[in-house]
Design a binder for this molecule. Structure first.
Ligand code: ADP
Ligand code: ZN
Ligand code: MG
Length: 490
């Protein structure tokens, strides 16, 4: 960081941050025409008169885009507006052939939502969402990497008309870490709803960060700067850190922060002025005459709500109660909806879900990571994990044996049941041998025998464990149980 504000001076100020996030909706077709919305097609192949802005072409609203926007808004705890209005946002840019973007202005589809983020010391902070509205994307200007880039800028209009939602936060965040946390939670929630892939490299999640500083205790906000087009959450945090120091320095030196748009250069860790308020756009919004007001009535809202999957925070809480796992484990296992689905599939069919949680995290995820595999590509299925967890649970195999079997499964790319069939330890079913082992365990544990005979029947588990250990997991569990109770109850 180039600037150097001393910690003493730093603590005299408080940062105020508000984020504007654009999320591309995963519809098959664009917002107002039938063109494919898929990323990665050859330039200017997914276009038609509507998204090229040819005169006379009329937009037709994609109902799926509305459904996705409403679903996202519901997941973000917003209040729906039954009748919202599309508006034209007018500006000139080469990648905007119509000369305006269809968006929503004073009557967006949803408002007044929030996201709870983790604060310091385990507290939660509620960050308000001002509004969520539907709009179409513009095309893409390509300045580098093409044959004549030295002389020309190229325009690809495949993205023109792709549906987006813009999610505007209240100026409720107070630190770059909090902004980072907000973005992480927002992305997680949107991914759970399935309405976007939130892929920042492909531009399906974009964030503009607004930030100002004020003396601690001051109620009035300071003048904000907006940092645009930062392409990772980490860079947004860095850009905010730099920007806060820059603004504090400006104020400390008796100057005024000017309202402007700035760009972040990640390799230098600095922001640069792009345009000031004076050059700012006047969008001259007006209602879109080619589209009817958008009505999402109670019936449609209920339909959309019924398709809303359980959200990450609710799922974590339920998993903690239902499976007796820790908050930490629940956090890891809900990192993606798919992982949580997989875990629950195994946990539901296993005797001890906690063991499944441990096995997944300590044994399976590590092996997957080493091989660069996703959970869906695991050679060991969720059924296999449940089966192996039960085998360890009953003492039929030891933890060490389980690790060997997992290694073997990954090497051979075979599921657990098959591997177990080939490699399963020779079981000891000879009663004399088992009896001898039990006698030894009983003789070595007089205290536990006393407890058991005094009525504490749960101690039986201790004896089973000891015998399984002595037999290296090879004693037949049914026989062990039978002989043990005969001897202990005698
Ligand atoms: P503009 O009119 O410049 O678009 P808005 O009031 O619409 O500003 O707010 C845009 C974003 O900036 C919102 O996310 C809002 O929370 C945030 N914001 C507004 N004022 C401030 C401020 N003084 N400091 C930091 N963020 C702010
Ligand atoms: Zn089109
Ligand atoms: Mg605004």
């Amino acid at each position: 960081m180039a600037t150097a504000v001393s910690p003493d001076v730093r603590t005299k100020y408080e940062a105020v941050i508000g984020l504007e996030v654009h999320v591309q909706l995963l519809t098959v077709t664009k917002a107002f025409c039938g063109c494919s919305a898929k990323f990665g097609a050859p330039p200017n192949t997914n276009v038609c008169p509507v998204c090229l802005g040819l005169p006379g072409a009329l937009p037709v609203l994609n109902r799926k885009a509305v459904e996705y926007a409403v679903r996202a808004a519901m997941a973000l705890n917003c209040t729906m507006r039954e009748t919202s209005i599309f508006a034209r946002k007018n500006y000139f840019y080469p990648d905007l052939p119509k000369g305006y973007q269809i968006s929503q202005y004073d009557r967006p589809v949803a408002e007044h939502g929030y996201i709870d983020v983790a604060g310091v010391n385990g507290a939660t902070r509620r960050i308000g969402i001002t509004r969520l509205h539907l709009e179409e994307d513009a095309g893409k200007s390509m300045h580098d990497g093409l044959p004549d880039s030295a002389h020309y800028t190229y325009v690809d209009l495949n993205r023109s008309g792709v549906p987006l939602v813009e999610i505007v936060s209240e100026p409720d965040m107070r630190s770059p870490d909090e902004a980072y946390e907000y973005l992480t939670r927002l992305k997680e929630i949107i991914l759970y709803t399935g309405v976007s892939d939130c892929n920042m490299e492909e531009g399906s999640l974009r964030c503009d960060a607004n930030v100002s500083v004020r003396p601690r205790g001051e109620q009035k906000f300071g003048t904000k700067a907006e940092v645009k087009n930062v392409n990772s959450f980490r860079f947004i945090r860095e850009a905010l850190e730099y920007e806060i120091e820059r603004q504090i320095e400006t104020v400390e030196s008796g100057e005024k922060v000017i309202q402007e748009t700035r760009l972040y250069n990640p390799s230098e860790g600095k922001t640069y002025s792009m345009r000031s308020k004076e050059e700012a756009h006047d969008y001259r919004y007006f209602p879109e005459p080619d589209l009817m007001p958008l009505v999402v009535d109670a019936k449609w809202q209920a339909q959309i709500r019924s398709r809303l999957a359980e959200l990450p925070e609710a799922r974590r809480q339920r998993m903690i109660t239902e499976y007796g796992i820790t908050a930490y484990d629940a956090g890891v296992l809900t990192a993606t909806r798919s992982l949580a689905d997989q875990f629950e599939e195994a946990a539901r069919s296993a005797k001890n879900p906690k063991r499944v949680a441990n096995l997944l995290q300590s044994e399976i995820m590590g092996r997957l990571k080493m091989r660069g595999l996703a959970i869906e590509q695991s050679p060991i299925s969720m059924k296999g994990i449940a089966m192996s967890a039960d085998l360890v649970e009953s003492g039929a195999i030891s933890g060490k044996m389980l690790k060997d079997l997992y290694d073997f499964a990954f090497e051979r790319n075979q599921d657990f049941p098959a591997v177990y069939e080939q490699k399963k330890p020779q079981q000891i079913t000879d009663t004399t041998t088992i009896e001898k082992m039990i006698d030894e365990v009983i003789a070595a544990s007089p205290k536990q025998v006393e407890q058991y005979r005094a009525g504490k029947k749960t101690v039986a588990g201790f004896f089973v464990g000891q015998v399984m250990k002595a037999s290296k997991g090879q004693a037949n569990p049914a026989l062990v149980n039978e002989i043990l109770s005969r001897k202990l109850d005698a």
